[in-house]
Design a protein around this ligand. Structure first.
Ligand code: TMP
Ligand code: MG
Length: 212
């Protein structure tokens, strides 16, 4: 009997690229088409670990850099049983940031290499599709100021952008680069096309393990 699992779909990209808006639009589109779907986001700030991360991002606490990296990873691992359960139930998961953000942000700090950063996330459920919402720093800045949180500076974000470029060279991942400078509607159409293809083929494929 064919398995009927849901697909694991991740949206990544720099700040202001429109990830959250597009995740919500995609969720509606999949549901309207009769495909069960739910949205998740990382960090998930609602768990005990997520609250430590949130305080760090809001600059209410300081954490050592390796430590916070491992907390971000632990925050994904703690949700793996739930993710697997939903996927097995045939629910497609649309995820706002994943291990790729984890690696891109930490490895943008001095003294961290991609290899070390990837280790903690090896073996996570492997996304069937990772869409990277591409937006130049110049276009991002036209969309408004950065917020107050840690990492929200132009200099840091441009290093993060370079790290994402490195990660996108990995051909074991189904990367799709989406031009996020288009209208919300056009980006949405593009994302929906890729997602429908993925959802309709994931049914027959086993769920992979990330970076293994
Ligand atoms: P967000 O809640 O606005 O998406 O922002 C979370 C911030 O945390 C964002 O700057 C990216 C960063 N981040 C990491 O540093 N490591 C991670 O593993 C994840 C998921 C996000
Ligand atoms: Mg943010």
């Amino acid at each position: 009997m064919a398995c009927t699992r849901g697909a694991l779909i991740v949206l990544e990209g720099v700040d202001k690229a429109g990830k959250t808006t597009q995740c919500k639009r995609l969720l509606e589109a999949l549901r309207r088409s009769g495909r069960p779907a739910e949205m998740m986001r990382f960090p998930d700030r609602t768990t005990a670990i997520g609250q430590l991360i949130s305080a760090y991002l809001e600059k209410k606490s300081d954490l050592e850099d390796h430590t916070v990296h491992l907390l971000f990873s632990a925050n994904r691992w703690e949700l793996v049983p739930l993710m697997r359960k939903k996927l097995e139930q045939g629910i497609t998961l649309i995820v706002d940031r994943y291990a790729f953000s984890g690696v891109a942000f930490t490895s943008a700090k001095p003294g961290f290499c991609l290899d070390w950063c990837m280790k903690a996330d090896v073996g996570l459920p492997k996304p069937d599709l990772v869409m990277f919402l591409q937006l130049s720093p110049a276009e991002a800045s036209l969309r408004g100021q950065f917020g107050e949180e840690r990492y929200e500076t132009g200099v840091f974000q441009s290093v993060v952008q370079q790290r994402f470029e490195e990660l996108r060279k990995d051909s074991s991942i189904n990367w799709q680069v989406i031009d996020a400078s288009q209208s919300v509607e056009d980006v949405h159409k593009n994302i929906t096309t890729h997602s429908l293809n993925t959802v309709d083929t994931a049914h027959n494929l086993p769920l992979g393990e990330l970076w293994k």
